[in-house]
Write a protein that binds this ligand. Structure first.
Ligand code: HEC
Ligand code: HEC
Ligand code: HEC
Length: 493
């Protein structure tokens, strides 16, 4: 399954670290040697639950690989980052790590040898994990089946991201929060929810936009962000842009099952989060997350005046234009897949499941496309990405599968070209949504790529050398100033 760029992403970071890098290479502190402390068996099942809440397996298991043996590849603008083997193998995994060393890696992103992880591993969120939960996680990871092999692929980053200590400055500035403490303004249930949302379940990693340094922008906490081409929507309590108009039951159904009838369904990275993590959570924890989300201060998405799920009365469709007469002598134009007529393509590729009027099936298994947050959203990304990637999800109430239609993801039946994907997406938003798409073929690969990498990341190599040049000039100027003042002094004597 394709995981998210963002998952890959927290990581990037780096550039602010450029100057500190030079310094930090000399300053790498080694982890304190600490006493090994094995936790008892009663903790293991709690640790397993917490590992699910943290979604560790999704990132630490390669496609068709052994559980937790690493090898999942995150392709990012700065290169390839490969997840580590975190089984208790002494040679290839974390078998020799003490609980303190484990905790430091998970919370601070620092290995026992002092090297820093890239935030493709969500340690900025895991920093919130309490000591008691860390103990349980450690106990669980002690007894996972050891895998005595290194991941078959190695991390390979482009210059300057491959310099040792690159992440140190970034960590100092952006990954400095401590374990979670109860917020006195919230009740016990809301605090439990906050702990999960900000910590193990790392919702912010995907739902909070990032600043130029690729750290989460906490001024826009949970206001929505792009992940691997998908838009992770606004989760604040705002009535128009956020979850303010959702009932508790709808939020709970979405988190547990992956869909809420007449509101939304989970594809892409959110489908992964539900399949591997959220659908395992207890009803109490799902209710706690919901209770906490209610308390998140509202942020309105600029220009939005109607909730995305409230958009859409299906426009009347003139089907005689598309299915002229339905008699044997008719040209099978309505089955054509070689043109870019959005209505015909919809009829051929989508209507069997979503209905000719986009109404879906009565039981909601095939969702309506009106009153659908993907179709009514300000941006058409999730309509496009659902067509490109399809949907594969396991929730608490079963599977949801929509086929992928792009040539790169589809092997079984006819595929749609970028031009066709653009025109069927335009048709879907115009007919069932707010008509916002207006896409051309060229937009599709751009949406898939999730937009260009931040300027700082693209220009990191140049910036690095500029930084070095400036540092050298400054040092030369200081030396010159010192020499001059000495000369002046000795001349005066
Ligand atoms: C979103 C993906 C993702 C998730 C979720 C994730 N990890 Fe990681 N983790 C990574 C990546 C990628 C690395 C390697 C980073 C690097 O090499 O800089 C890593 C590295 C680690 C390491 C360091 C091991 C080593 O020797 O390099 C530990 C320990 C670890 N993860 C534990 C966990 C635990 C425990 C969880 C669940 C609570 C977890 N991870 C969840 C992606 C993830
Ligand atoms: C790996 C990235 C990722 C993580 C982690 C994640 N989400 Fe999402 N979320 C998304 C994406 C992408 C969507 C859009 C899915 C779609 O429309 O198909 C989404 C959609 C949603 C929606 C539907 C909103 C709407 O208006 O349609 C809710 C609610 C939600 N997420 C809540 C959460 C909560 C709560 C957490 C943490 C417990 C979380 N998500 C963690 C990526 C993520
Ligand atoms: C084989 C049945 C099937 C076909 C064919 C199909 N879909 Fe879907 N579609 C689904 C299912 C199932 C879901 C997800 C339902 C859920 O998550 O509960 C879905 C979800 C969606 C969503 C919501 C995506 C999101 O992330 O929220 C959109 C938009 C969509 N389909 C559009 C289309 C379009 C456009 C086509 C034709 C190009 C199409 N579908 C073809 C079954 C289908």
């Amino acid at each position: 399954m394709r995981l998210t760029r963002l998952k890959r992403a927290g990581f990037a970071a780096l550039v602010p670290a450029i100057v500190p890098v030079i310094v930090s290479v000399f300053a790498l502190g080694l982890a304190l040697p600490v006493l090994a402390q094995d936790a008892g068996g009663g903790l293991v099942s709690r640790g397993e639950y917490l590992a699910r809440a943290g979604d560790c397996a999704a990132c630490h298991t390669a496609r068709d690989g052994k559980p937790m043996a690493g090898g999942y590849v995150f392709s990012m603008p700065m290169g390839k980052i490969v997840s580590s083997n975190i089984t208790p193998s002494k040679r290839f995994g974390i078998g020799n790590w003490t609980e303190e060393q484990f905790a430091r890696a998970v919370r601070k992103g620092v290995r026992p040898d002092g090297s820093h992880l890239y935030p493709a591993m969500p340690y900025p969120s895991y920093a919130r994990i309490t000591d008691a939960d860390m103990k349980a996680l450690y106990a669980y990871f002690r007894q996972v089946k050891p895998v005595d092999a290194a991941p078959s692929v190695k991390t390979s980053l482009k210059f300057p991201f491959n310099l040792p200590g690159m992440m140190m400055g970034w960590d100092l500035i952006f990954a400095n929060s401590g374990p979670f403490k109860d917020d006195p303004k919230l009740d016990a249930q809301q605090n439990r929810g906050k702990y999960l949302v900000q910590g193990l379940a790392h919702c912010s990693t995907c739902h909070t936009p990032r600043n130029a340094f690729m750290a989460t922008d906490n001024g826009k906490y949970l206001a929505g962000a792009n992940v691997d081409g998908w838009e992770a929507p606004n989760l604040t309590s705002d009535k128009v842009s956020g979850l303010g108009g959702w009932s508790d039951a709808e939020i709970e159904s979405y988190l547990k099952n992956g869909h809420a009838k007449g509101k939304a369904q989970a594809g892409g990275p959110m489908a992964d989060a539900i399949t591997h993590s959220l659908h395992y959570l207890s009803d109490q924890d799902i209710a706690a997350i919901t209770a906490y989300l209610r308390t998140v201060p509202p942020i309105r998405t600029e220009g939005q005046s109607k909730p995305s799920w409230a958009v859409g009365k299906a426009q009347p469709v003139d089907w005689t234009k598309i299915e002229p007469g339905m008699v044997a002598a008719d040209k099978p134009g309505y089955r054509a897949t070689d043109n870019t007529d959005g209505a015909q393509l919809y009829n051929t590729a989508c209507a069997a499941c979503h209905g000719i009027n986009g109404q879906g099936s009565d039981d909601g298994h095939y969702p309506t496309l009106t009153n659908n947050s993907a179709v009514g959203a300000p941006k058409p990304n999730n309509v496009v990405m659902a067509i490109v990637d399809g949907i594969h999800r396991k929730g608490a109430d079963g599977m949801a599968v929509m086929p992928a239609f792009s040539a790169s993801n589809q092997v079984i039946h006819d595929t749609l070209s970028d031009a066709q994907i653009a025109s069927v997406a335009n048709y879907v938003t115009a007919t069932f949504g707010n008509g916002s798409a207006k896409l051309t073929a060229a937009d599709i690969p751009q949406i898939e790529a999730g937009g260009a990498a931040p300027w700082l990341i693209r220009n990191a190599a140049t910036l690095f050398w500029v930084g070095v040049a400036v540092a050298v000039i400054v040092i030369l100027l200081i030396i010159a100033a010192v020499v001059m003042s000495r000369r002046r002094k000795s001349a005066a004597v």
